[in-house]
Design a protein around this ligand. Sequence first.
Ligand SMILES: [Zn+2]
Length: 260
Amino acid sequence: MVAGASVSDSRVEWFRAGDEVDSFVIRTNRFDLVVDTMSTPEMFARVVALAPLRPYLQTVVVTTHADYDHYWGNSYLAPSNHLWIASEHARARIVEQQAELDQMNLATGGRFHSVVLGTPHVGISTATVLDGGDLQIHLLPTPGHTPDHLAVHIPELGVVLAGDAAERPLPELWDARSLPALRASLQLLRDLDATIVIPSHGGTTDPEILTDNLEILNEIERRVESGQSLEDLAGHPLPQKQPFFLHCLHRAVAAIQEEN
Ligand SMILES: [Zn+2]
């Protein structure tokens, strides 16, 4: 189910597919900006039904990173006039994903049957500003969860769309060497002093998520280095989140051991 959530400024429209993933439509004077298109074209069609794209303006699509749940809905837009922006690194990931798509489609009884992998029109490698006239949209390379990750900052609104760079209780690391990058990304986002920080999973707007994520990484490091137990680190994640949390914790521990 895809449903709307709310941000104080009506130019930012926020859509949640339960706990699976979120997507955003941001209205500027000069273009409609879509941030992520969920897991399937059918899911993104539901977003567009709730938030019709304005036909007289350009649609700009930003993919935060090339994990399936953030962009496999893009093929909904393939026949229409739009400009798709991702990081240059995401472009490289996407061209190698057909096998993953085929395998996931098989494993889910055809859930992804209508997904067609395209490639982004623009690949960026550095921080980039999209000038919407009334709103400036800053695309910020924020690797760590994945190497291709972009977060979105809208300074006029004090809003950060953190993608998967932030997630409670702990973001997932790409690999054992990604910890310094994730820390730097969380720090960069925290230094923006945004009042609304929305990760792609979790449904929160609380900017403290950035500090909390940095602190839990520090706490894991302290415990690993002093040989202490890692139990009950994250308070009490919901039972259904526990397996994913343990997976993220194992990645973080491996990364800390790699650093030492
Ligand atoms: Zn995700």
